[in-house]
Ligand binder design. Structure first.
Ligand code: GTP
Ligand code: SPV
Ligand code: MN
Length: 603
């Protein structure tokens, strides 16, 4: 370990493992003065460094070794029971003007935000080591990638960031190179603090490319490269630089003719991105030669290429995926990915120390996620938001194109939510403007990925409600701005895998069978599939989709492929009210589109 005394960092930073970037060194020194760590460690991302950190965490109980035979080099971490999900009510966007953050964000003036959170940071790293984590979001050699540095006092965060990002020496070299050319990096300061929910904030200062997070060690609150940087700060940067930072998976679909189409899909947290990204085709499709490859499962950065198409990269290097429900039936690729070198957070364990969660089809839990004897009457074995952290490279379906610095061309964009009623299996937007409205109007039932009630329908535009770093009205306008002369934009679709029947059960089999819907989309892109025009867009009839091998009853066909005019009339009234919440900043084109469709529904 290359731990050095905090007091001496400023004098000769280079020799002591600091960087060639004066601004970075100065910031680390300034943070050290504020937080008073016992030691500072600059992470190089090496195996030796990781082994030392893991050994330290095993010794102090932060990590518990899992069954070495069944799950080599894999670990269980139990977070504080009050620290198990993102905390949207404590997440702030601190822009100079409140209107720039918008009604979709909690806002605080930057000076006040800094003052409140800096007071918490004061002296918080006494007795701890301060880790400096240089990281790159996206392939190291990609022009679409962006770098950041996270300072944290959590070795668990270091170990997770090493899996989730390109972390260490190569990232630092890029940051230094870009610094020499006058470029910037995102500064993220994190401390687990006391893990007290009353002393917890996740603050963003987009105008300063700065993040400050205090009091949580969990996922999106603490791994700052992920939601804080790659979505909230990046969306803000993307707006001024002409690109998009989205809460989307990216997958490739190869058809029997050998053509690959890339699709990006935005579903809210815990609504099926990881599952769709790793889809295994159903039997008949496999026989015909269909193949799905995974580029990313959570975040997508895209920008127009020289040919007018949108090109996308996955800024992440790993998956921080939902464990419950992951099984050999639902997501075999994920299950194979997490057999080794994986950190499990808040799952249960079996008697022989294998990780266990609800929905896993083998094994019996004996200890729950809190480390207590498993009692089904008391609580589930795994927390509903328990997760695995694993390198994307271990995924059998990982696409070689995921490392391509130019990204992949996107043929279709898909929006989707968890809607028990009204919303059919799939429909296609008429054009880009209509597609932006479809995204802006997205609704979904809440999940365990954030603290708060589960199963409550809320508007979650483009699955970005918790993640857009600026006013949604400006964000919709930014989306609309891509429709320019020469642009070859993807078609936009909406899906709902979660429609329920009168018995409360899902009507669509989902998972692998979702490829049937992707095939229809690709044929629509090519102009070869049928559909019926309705005011909400083009809907397939049941016969327009390959349903060989799926048995759907009459109710399922009616609800999955039907169009409920009265229901949609009410939905469009609600969408109209929702857009009004954004006041005059909302683009007129979106209002016009909403009104045009509402009028058609009334006709
Ligand atoms: P985040 O990582 O939170 O952003 O979520 P995600 O969108 O990647 O969610 P994930 O794929 O992990 O899905 C979580 C939940 O959705 C699990 O309970 C899955 O079982 C369920 N799910 C995923 N795909 C389907 C589907 O096609 N049908 C049904 N019924 N459930 C699905
Ligand atoms: C989500 O909640 O959308 C996640 C998990 O992907 S977290 O990284 O905690 O945000
Ligand atoms: Mn997510």
């Amino acid at each position: 370990m290359n731990a050095i005394a905090a007091a001496s960092t400023a004098s000769d930073p280079h020799k002591q493992g600091a960087s060639r970037h004066a601004g970075l060194n100065a910031w680390v020194a300034e943070v050290a003065r504020l937080t008073q760590p016992d030691a500072i460690h600059w992470c190089d991302g090496s195996d030796a460094e990781n082994a030392a950190l893991v050994a330290k965490m095993e010794a102090d109980g932060t990590l518990i070794r899992l069954n070495e035979e069944t799950h080599p080099n894999s670990w269980l971490h139990r977070s504080h029971p009050d620290d198990v999900a993102r905390v949207e009510h404590l997440t702030f966007v601190c822009t100079s003007h409140a209107d720039d953050a918008g009604p979709n964000n909690h806002w605080m003036a930057p000076e006040e935000g800094h003052a409140q959170i800096d007071a918490l940071f004061e002296g918080c790293m006494r007795g701890r080591t301060l880790y400096v984590i240089p990281y790159c979001m996206g392939p190291i050699d990609s022009p679409l990638s962006r770098c950041g540095v996270e300072i944290t006092d959590s070795p668990y965060v270091v170990a997770n960031m090493r899996i989730m990002t390109r972390m260490g020496a190569a990232a630092l070299a890029r940051i230094e190179r870009e610094g020499e050319a006058g470029g910037s990096f995102v500064k993220g300061l994190h401390s687990i603090g006391e893990l007290d929910p009353n002393r917890r904030f996740i603050m963003h200062f987009p105008e300063e490319l700065t993040i400050k997070s205090y009091g949580s060690g969990y996922g999106g609150n603490a791994l700052l490269g992920k939601k804080c940087h790659a979505l909230r700060i990046a969306s803000y940067q993307a707006r001024s630089e002409g690109w998009l930072a989205e809460h989307m998976l990216i997958l490739g679909v190869e058809n029997p003719q050998g053509e690959t189409h890339y699709i990006a899909a935005a579903f809210p947290s815990a609504c099926g991105k990881t599952n769709l990204a790793m889809l295994i085709p159903p039997e008949g499709y496999l026989k015909d030669g269909w193949k799905v490859t995974t580029v990313g499962d959570d975040i997508c950065w895209m920008r127009p290429g020289a040919d007018g198409r949108l090109y996308a990269i996955n800024p992440e290097a790993g998956f921080f995926g939902v464990a419950p429900g992951t099984s050999i039936n639902s997501n075999p690729n994920a299950l194979k990915t997490i057999q080794k070198n994986t950190i499990f957070t808040n799952v249960g364990v079996t008697a022989d120390n294998q990780p266990w969660w609800e929905g896993l089809q083998s094994g019996t839990p004996v200890t729950d996620w809190r480390g207590e004897p498993y009692d089904a009457a008391k609580r589930p074995a795994a927390h509903p938001n328990s997760r695995f952290t694993v390198s994307a490279k271990q995924c059998p379906s990982y696409s070689p194109m995921a490392e391509d610095p130019q990204g992949v061309p996107i043929s279709a964009i898909v929006f989707g939510g968890r809607r028990a009623s009204l919303v059919p299996l799939v429909f296609e937007a008429r054009d880009w403007t209509h597609g932006v409205l479809v995204g802006a109007a997205m609704g979904s039932e809440t999940t365990a990925a954030a603290t708060g009630a589960v199963g409550v329908m809320r508007r979650d535009p483009m699955a970005m409600k918790p993640f857009c770093g600026y006013n949604f009205a400006d964000y919709f306008n930014h989306w609309l701005s891509f429709d320019q002369a020469g642009a070859k934009l993807p078609k936009i679709f909406h899906v709902n895998w979660f429609r329920k029947g009168d018995d409360g059960k899902f009507l669509w089999p989902g998972f692998g069978d979702n490829l049937r819907v992707l095939e229809w989309m690709i044929e629509r892109v090519k102009g070869t599939a049928g559909a019926v025009d309705t005011p909400i867009g083009a809907l397939p009839r049941a016969e327009d989709i390959n349903l060989d091998g799926v048995s759907l009853g009459e109710e399922a066909r009616d609800k999955l492929f039907g169009f409920d005019r009265d229901g949609w009339r009410a939905e469009f009234a609600s969408i109209g009210h929702y857009l009004e919440e954004y006041g005059p900043r909302i683009p007129q084109a979106l209002i016009d589109e909403q009104q045009r469709i509402a009028a058609q529904l009334d006709a």
